[in-house]
Design a protein around this ligand. Structure first.
Ligand SMILES: *Cc1c(COP(=O)(O)O)cnc(C)c1O
Length: 402
């Protein structure tokens, strides 16, 4: 029972045992991760890649071991293609600035879907603005799936990059990223997949996906905040100039000119989040002991049970109906603002997210102020579902149609 590995479930929230259904915002951390971070600070803490002393060597080994684990987790051809970042947001910014600003020109297009998180929209807008390129949205269907016919209509030689998420954080849609990356490649465009929401549910194979860049955040993979990963095709990363300058990313520095370190260090200026990387490595180790397809099937069963029970509550409407969905239930309740539903659930110890989920274009597309989002992880139970449904019935009796 994985739940026992997560100490947070000992917490009482407003006098009730915690029902944590905000996993799409961040996941809880198992003891294995918490202990790895504490042990790193207790026994191995030093700066990496610099010292000749034993402790620095130990810290460096732990840090680089974590990179190797991420590399195999993503089935990367090489760990040189694993760049540490602060998270998905920084990873996308790195590509937008380093690749985008230096390769895009006026008239070029970047396609992003209506489903994107702000962090897969705004960096492209900032980069496009600098060079006179254009960010063009890929429409979604009423089911909240990327409209592949519309994508075909948009793909032409002006398109230089297609950026989509693997799983939508707002709706749960699992996007056919392999197909989308192939379509991009067919017109000579690159592809970037925002995997923030996918890694928490299954292991990712970047080679099978055929993407050019893949990004994720540790904290949505049972690891700490403040650490994340950019994976990129090696030839692209080699050709890209540094994003941030400083220590660690250089080979030699002089006032006549500076030369840069090799991959991956070229993109890792300054002292990195060493403990964060160690925690992320520990999370991947922990997951390697878990049957992830069984965990994903369990989450699907929780979603199915939720959808069925919620369909019987008058006035509760699911937003989108993707055929392939991660364990996310995004809905509105007639007569009750999402934040009121969220507050009422919180009184019962139930944590959900309410609002626009950093996807304002999607919310305006569906003409919604926001939704209530319950998102499941492997440690959730049918009891959590029952409590959510009871909470919604209570909200419905107070505010809903009758
Ligand atoms: C959480 C999330 C992000 C942003 O991740 P950060 O950890 O905040 O950088 C981007 N895209 C999706 C789909 C997400 O779920």
């Amino acid at each position: 029972m994985v739940r026992a590995d997560f100490p947070i479930f000992g917490e009482m929230i407003n006098g009730q045992p915690l029902v944590y259904l905000d996993n799409a915002a961040t996941t809880q951390k198992p003891n294995a991760v918490i202990d790895a971070i504490a042990n790193y600070y207790r026994h191995d803490n030093a700066n990496v890649h610099r010292g000749v002393h034993t402790l620095s060597d130990r810290a460096t080994r732990h840090f680089e071991d974590a990179r190797e684990r991420v590399s195999s987790f993503l089935n990367s051809p090489s760990s040189r293609q694993i760049i540490w970042t602060r998270g998905t947001t920084e990873a996308i910014n790195l590509v937008a600035y380093s690749w985008g600003v230096n390769n895009l020109k006026a008239g070029d297009r970047i396609l992003v879907s209506w489903l994107e998180h702000h962090s897969d929209i705004v960096p492209w807008q900032l980069a496009a603005e600098r060079v006179g390129a254009e960010v063009v949205p890929i429409p979604v269907t009423s089911n909240a799936e990327i409209d592949l016919n519309a994508l075909d209509g948009l793909l032409d030689e002006r398109v230089k990059l297609v950026a989509v998420n693997h799983v939508s954080n707002a709706i749960g849609t699992v996007n056919p990223v392999e197909e989308i990356c192939a379509k991009a490649r067919a017109v000579g465009a690159l592809s970037l997949v925002d995997g923030a929401q996918a890694v928490g549910h299954w292991d990712v194979d970047v080679q099978a996906l055929g993407c050019d860049f893949y990004c994720f955040s540790g904290h949505k993979l049972f690891a700490p905040t403040g650490v994340g990963v950019l994976w990129g095709r090696e030839d692209l990363l080699e050709a890209m100039p540094p994003f941030l300058g400083g220590g660690e990313m250089i080979e030699t520095v002089s006032f006549e000119g500076t030369s840069f370190n090799t991959l991956p260090f070229k993109f890792e200026a300054g002292t990195p989040n060493i403990a964060g990387a160690v925690g992320l490595g520990a999370a991947i180790d922990y997951l390697s002991l878990i049957d992830r397809s069984a965990a994903a099937a369990h989450e699907s069963a929780l979603l199915a049970a939720t959808l069925e029970a919620a369909s019987e509550i008058p006035g509760v409407h699911r937003i989108g109906a993707p055929k392939q969905s991660a364990g996310i239930f995004s809905f509105v309740m007639e007569g009750c603002h999402p934040s009121d539903v969220g507050m009422l659930l919180d009184e019962q110890g139930i944590a959900v997210r309410t609002g626009h989920h950093c996807t304002q274009p999607l919310m305006s597309h569906f003409e919604l102020p926001g939704t209530v989002r319950a998102s499941f992880s492997m440690y959730n139970t049918l009891d959590d579902v029952d409590k959510l449904i009871a909470g919604l019935k209570k909200a419905q009796s107070l505010f809903g149609p009758r």
